[in-house]
Design a binder for this molecule. Sequence first.
Ligand code: SF4
Ligand code: FES
Length: 241
Amino acid sequence: MKIILKIQRFNPDTDEAPYLQEYEVEANPNERLLDALMQVKRFQDGSLGFRKSCAHGVCGSDAMRINGKDGLACKTLIKDVATQDGDTVIVEPLRFLPVQRDLIVDQAEFFRKYRSIKPFLINDESVEEKERLQSQEERLAFDDTTNCILCASCYSACPVMAERPAFLGPAAIAQAYRFNADTRDRGFEERLDVLDQDDGVWPCQNHFKCTQSCPRSILITKRINQTKKMITTHKDKNTET
Ligand code: SF4
Ligand code: FES
């Protein structure tokens, strides 16, 4: 089938503002959007800029907005976004991050926020056994969050980010939960400084857009709410003592 890709273009060296450029592509409905973008790049316009690496939903580099929804081009089938011959698919860069060129965004702020929650196991206690043991049930409490590929789809999907650019964002909070909920970790209080702030966990209004956009089916909104609960429980305990 023929589809029309309307792709947002922007070259900061030559363009004053972003614009949509149209490409007609012959695409198999079972192919992925990434295949169609590659076709444009290889045979129609080598100047088109986008990131991709694994092409299998693992590296997280080809997140973009596809017909107004955030996701990975390599996990989006043509038939999911275009059903009839001549259908148009609008492809834009992720929101709330500066565009470097076409579909490529500067992810520095996204990763700065991610790093701020100390996304690693913190525990200075000595290990009695050879390793820190954990039951299967304990691991299940945060299992989904370990699948994050840091694609930033959730960051772009979050409506709060539009009004509050300093908001920590869904991915960073879900990753804070990943370690705070880990029975082997002792870093909760260290992460609290960042999480329990006006721009930490509290701006989340449960829109669920992050959860809907996540290509790894992470229960982001639930994990954010559980993080809020952890903080209030911790504070209540501290006032009691
Ligand atoms: S939580 Fe999901 S959408 Fe957000 S960065 Fe991780 S994989 Fe991407
Ligand atoms: S190219 Fe790696 S996730 Fe899509």
